[in-house]
Ligand binder design. Structure first.
Ligand code: SF4
Length: 339
């Protein structure tokens, strides 16, 4: 529970992030907008994880970066512990920067190669005034390194002296060192070997138990998202097309895109055959020139005339399960017959 008595840590309401497309030689004019995030809403409770999945270019990384204000939103609200940080100017944002951290996909490029682990970890601690003496810095660093499975003597080493998994542990230590309440994990295991991925996921779970932080877990690896997330949102071309409790989404996906995406997850049993009817076909349309109506209609085998005319509203179909598809907003899903 926060000060206002609510356990909601983050509420994202109708979030938009557009990138202008410019053209012209001497005088540049905006000729189009790339709507990377277009009206996305979801909430995260304290100590819970919201997984965001979708194909490349669906806007999932942009959501994470916009929520923690690495990018300025075009519209919408981002309530962190009740305060709308979407409208705050840089000076007022400083106190919230400490509460929101990010772990990037590639620890090699996210860590400064000229800084030792000690310098990397002490910089945010000093910037946010969380330590006052050299002794406090040393104590905090030793505590941080042990909490991510590294040793105190690693403090004087440079990133290139570590393996990929160890570098990601340093990046995680940097994210948790300022006691954040929200951490965006942007494909944190994609650049790692499978065995190391499991260790990092286990570490993230353990740390969440200690910190009670909310996670936004962005990934295209559905098995990992299923393991770590309490709730999941599925993105397609800047829109969230389905969201709900993890088990509900994975056991009972309703949106045709979600069904196809989940059906594409590798089956670890060579004897089990995939249902061909659920596989995705066709290319993702250009995000600059999205189809009219439902953006998925060019790839959807259930498409009907209504799908061409207007974008479907997000409708709740169970207590913790919502979907944006005319099959449900127009009613009577039981009458749907597959083509
Ligand atoms: Fe398919 Fe129409 Fe639903 Fe879009 S709204 S997913 S085109 S059935």
């Amino acid at each position: 529970m926060n000060d206002s008595g609510s356990k909601v840590l983050l509420e994202v309401r109708d979030l938009q992030k557009y990138f202008p497309i410019k053209s012209g030689f001497l005088i540049q004019k905006t000729v189009a907008q790339l709507k990377a995030v277009d009206g996305v809403s979801f909430t995260i409770d304290k100590g819970h994880t919201f997984g965001i999945v979708g194909e490349s270019g669906c806007g999932k990384t942009t959501i994470g970066r916009t929520i923690i204000r690495l990018l300025n939103p075009t519209g919408g609200n981002i309530f962190l512990e009740g305060e709308d940080i979407a409208i705050l100017k840089e000076r007022s944002l400083k106190q919230y920067r400490q509460k929101m951290q990010i772990v990037f996909q590639d620890p090699t490029s996210s860590l400064n190669p000229r800084m030792t682990v000690g310098q990397t970890l002490s910089e945010p601690l000093l910037f946010h005034g969380m330590v006052r003496s050299k002794k406090e810095v040393e104590e905090r660093m030793s505590q941080l390194l042990s909490s991510v499975g590294l040793k105190p003597y690693h403090v004087d080493r440079y990133p290139h002296q570590f393996s990929g998994g160890q570098r990601q542990r340093i990046a995680i230590a940097r994210a948790i060192c300022v006691d954040p309440s929200l951490i965006v994990l942007d494909e944190p295991t994609s650049a790692l070997d499978v065995s190391v991925q499991a260790q990092i996921i286990k570490l993230l779970k353990e740390l969440q138990g200690k910190l009670n932080a909310g996670y936004i877990f962005i990934s295209h690896n559905l098995s990992v998202v299923r393991y770590i997330s309490d709730r999941v949102g599925i993105m397609y071309l800047g829109k969230m097309v389905e969201k709900g409790d993890t088990n509900e989404i994975f056991e009972n996906p309703m949106h045709p895109y979600s069904k196809a995406l989940l059906a594409a997850t590798p089956i670890p049993d060579p004897k089990t055959r995939r249902k061909r009817k659920e596989l995705l076909s066709g290319q993702v349309p250009s995000p600059i020139n999205r189809p009219t109506g439902c953006f998925f209609r060019t790839r959807c085998k259930y498409a009907m005339p209504a799908c061409e005319k207007e974008y479907p509203q997000m409708v709740r179909i169970a207590q913790n399960h919502s979907v944006s598809c005319h099959l449900y907003s127009l009613g009577e899903p039981e009458k749907i017959v597959e083509k």
